[in-house]
Design a protein around this ligand. Structure first.
Ligand code: PEP
Ligand code: MG
Length: 758
């Protein structure tokens, strides 16, 4: 009878929660009360009478809640359950989950009705979750948790502390191997078989009903990114999968978190509490106690840490919005742990000293109190909650990650370059494996006070002669910055863009600064003001910038190419391996623009090399960032050695959407499903993609050696990279921290393309 009553109370709990919608916490509270009254620690120790009382309480609560008695006809119950499963497809957490994992809404779900096995049927019964490899580290060890005389929900809900499958001296609790040795070895064998069959780490749910083992389900286990990499590399080394498979296994977007900082082990810390390191990484934020508060704060631009007794699927949106998650209960396989790992959020579970008092807006860690809004740092790798903001340090690519990226490099066809404009970033980029520079924005080299002052003098020049004299001074700054950059890219291609922004951007807006500048150059304030007025444009992004500037003031472009060639010669002499400078002209739309400029650039380059008795291989190309350049690519390619697709501006100009003002309405477009992706993040294949395709076809028809690169933000976006492979792009270029992501994504693109072709 105890078994029958326990099963009945479990059924009521689940049915009322899932089908009727009564909050689960209500039952947990009653259960806790019943344990307290009975003076027992575990549900298993409640006797028949106590269970009967509990059930009566449950039924009264439910009737009060739904205004009718709990259904007692088994067919009503069965249909209720079936309907609830179908309806679950549309509940908010399923909607959020699908949005997060890009699962189409119209797939729908299925229901299987099957016989039950019982893990709560006696001392020879149990339930648990087993992983064939450690989901946190990827280590090849059988790992998991179980509970004697219990049912599945007890483990996954994370409300009870489970026992380990294998002995763990630190826990001082008996393991499954010790208590149920026969079932344990059966389970281990089956799990190994399943792993080999599916070629991936498995997450297996099992129940032991009076000594017989049942496998309830198996699936590829969720894992941390680090574990994912290690497992993929190990499986390839064990020859269970190929290297190409291993490369495909790891989500490039998730790799991002490996490159990001971890808590500095040497920094001073004040530890609030420790728990289980359920999901690694580090995050700092202010504390909140509900999923809703997390979402609200995140929308307000705040980084938050979500503190909860445990989490449930209802908290998904809050977990996604939070930087880190801490729960007082649950083990390594609780909901919080599994979901946080999948999302790449650092997470600590089982923080026993944590008591949350949400009503009063505070949490107690033992004797220490943290109020809502105070800052904490979560060290998910070490399992520690730290007070305040703790410094973090950079990681490097090493170990299995380096092995995997090495395999990716063997496979991929596209090169990966960096968008950098200073030596420091170039150094970081090289560390991450950049194979050159895809875009150096020269305006970013001229941002120091001296450079800006000299640039302003250039702008104030009254004649070409005057301007050339002022440019000679600026030349020194430009050259020095380039030498510095080139020295960090020995022997590699470095693409340098001629000045792109409208001159107005170099001029002070603030009248006080304008006055200071006029004094510094000993000119009348009115003169300077007048020039500032002249420079003003209604729409500077479509105004005198890019190639137009170079055509109006060719001496600026000539100064830049002299600096580029001289720097290449100087850096090459020093390093022994000269860079290959690629000079790129922005915003070209007419081939005549490029032809006109190219003549001047070639002449200046030849003159510089002659003066130094040096010969440097260099290329001249253009940024394709307005549709007209693509439409006339056949002619433009006659004057260009390469096309660099500036997909930021090309998206802006093709869609006619300002890249600086788009977020307000694009968010609405995304919500309504009018577009699937933000076109400034993931390339709009149907529109911008067509423009690029046309440019490539026409350009290649004229110049089959035309080199093709992508240098907009899309160059670091995995989905876009996948597309660029199909277009025959030679290289993508992105910010230094996205290089490992791009290397992996490029290799995946190659494997996918090869498999598709086969
Ligand atoms: C682009 O337009 O895509 C580009 C690479 O340059 P920027 O972002 O500097 O305009
Ligand atoms: Mg641009």
């Amino acid at each position: 009878p105890r078994f029958a009553y326990d099963t009945y109370r479990r059924f009521i709990q689940m049915y009322a929660t899932v089908v009727i919608g009564v909050p689960y916490s209500l039952f947990e509270e009653r259960l806790e009360l019943a344990r307290e009254r009975a003076g027992v620690e575990r549900d298993q120790d409640l006797d028949v009478e106590q269970l009967q009382q509990l059930i009566t309480g449950y039924l009264i609560d439910i009737e009060a809640d739904m205004d009718e008695p709990f259904p007692q006809d088994p067919y009503d119950q069965l249909w209720g359950a079936i309907e609830a499963v179908f309806a679950s497809w549309r509940n908010p957490r399923a909607v959020t989950y699908r949005a997060l994992h890009a699962i189409p809404d119209d797939w729908g779900t299925a229901v299987t009705v099957q016989m039950m096995v019982f893990g709560n049927s006696g001392p020879e019964s149990a339930t648990g979750v087993a992983f064939t490899r450690d989901p946190s580290t990827g280590e090849k060890r059988f790992f998991g948790e179980f509970l004697l005389n219990a049912q599945g929900e007890d483990i996954v809900a994370g409300t009870r502390t489970p026992d380990p499958l294998t002995p763990n001296p630190a826990l001082k609790r008996k393991s499954m191997r010790e208590i149920l040795p026969h079932s344990f070895s059966q389970l281990q064998q089956l799990a190994t078989m399943l792993e080999e069959h599916f070629g991936d780490m498995q997450d297996v749910e099992f129940t032991i009903d009076n000594g017989s083992l049942w496998i309830l389900q198996t699936r590829s286990g969720k894992r941390t990114v680090n574990a994912g990499i290690r497992i993929a590399v190990d499986l390839a080394k064990e020859k269970v999968i190929t290297k190409a498979d291993a490369v495909l296994r790891v989500d490039p977007a998730a790799v991002d978190q490996l490159i990001h900082p971890m808590v500095d082990p040497d920094a001073p810390k004040k530890r609030l509490a420790s728990g289980l390191p359920a999901s690694p990484g580090a995050a700092t934020g202010t504390v909140v106690f509900t999923a809703e508060a997390a979402v609200e704060a995140a929308e307000g631009g705040r980084d938050v840490i979500l503190l909860r007794p445990e989490t449930s699927p209802d908290d998904i949106h809050g977990m996604a919005a939070a930087r880190g998650i801490v729960t007082s209960r649950g083990g390594m396989t609780s909901h919080a742990a599994v979901v946080a790992r999948g999302m790449g959020r650092p997470c600590i579970t089982s923080v026993n000293s944590l008591r949350i008092d949400a009503e009063n807006g505070l949490a107690r860690f033992g004797k220490m109190v943290v109020h809502e809004g105070e800052t904490v740092t979560v060290d998910g790798s070490g399992g520690e909650v730290l007070l305040g903001k703790v410094p973090t340090i950079q990681r490097e690519v090493s170990g299995d990650f380096a092995t995997l990226l090495g395999w990716a490099d063997e496979i991929r066809q596209m090169n990966v370059r960096a968008n950098v404009d200073n030596a420091e970033d170039a150094e970081i980029a090289r560390g991450f494996g950049a194979e050159g520079v895809g875009l150096c924005r020269t305006e970013n080299m001229l941002t120091g006070d001296d450079a800006v002052h000299l640039m302003r003098k250039v702008i104030m020049s009254d004649s070409e002669r005057d301007r050339r004299a002022n440019l000679d001074e600026l030349y020194e700054v430009q050259r020095a910055a380039l030498v510095d950059l080139f020295e960090h890219m020995p022997g590699l291609p470095v693409c340098i863009r001629l000045l792109d922004p409208p001159l107005e951007e170099f001029f002070p807006r603030d009248p006080e600064k304008l006055a200071d500048f006029s004094k510094a150059i000993k000119r009348d304030y009115e003169d300077v003001l007048l020039r500032a007025e002249e420079l003003k444009e209604i729409n500077p992004m479509l105004g005198n910038r890019g190639v137009r500037l170079a055509i109006c003031f060719p001496e600026i472009a000539e100064m830049q190419i002299r600096a580029i060639m001289e720097a290449a010669i100087a850096a090459g002499q020093k390093s022994g391996a000269p860079v290959v400078p690629e000079i790129v002209v922005p915003l070209v739309s007419h081939f005549q623009e490029l032809r006109y400029l190219r003549e001047k650039l070639d002449a200046a380059a030849a003159e510089t090399m002659r003066r130094h008795s040096a010969k440097i291989r260099y290329l001249i190309g253009c940024i394709v960032e307005v549709p007209r350049a693509a439409i006339r690519a056949d002619l433009i390619a006659g004057a260009a050695d390469f096309f660099s697709f500036g997909t930021n501006d090309l998206t802006q100009t093709t869609l006619g959407i300002s890249r600086d003002d788009a977020s307000h309405f694009l968010t609405r477009y995304l919500d309504l499903g009018i577009i699937d992706d933000d076109p400034f993040v993931t390339l709009d294949r149907d529109g911008v993609g067509e423009v690029i395709t046309q440019a490539i076809e026409k350009g290649k028809a004229t110049n089959d050696k035309l080199l093709l690169g992508v240098t907009g933000e899309h160059g670091g976006d995995p989905k876009s990279i996948d597309y660029f492979e199909t277009l025959g792009i030679n290289y993508v270029s992105c910010s230094p921290y996205r290089i490992p992501v791009a290397r992996l994504a490029a290799a995946q693109a190659t494997v996918r393309a090869q498999r598709q072709a086969a």
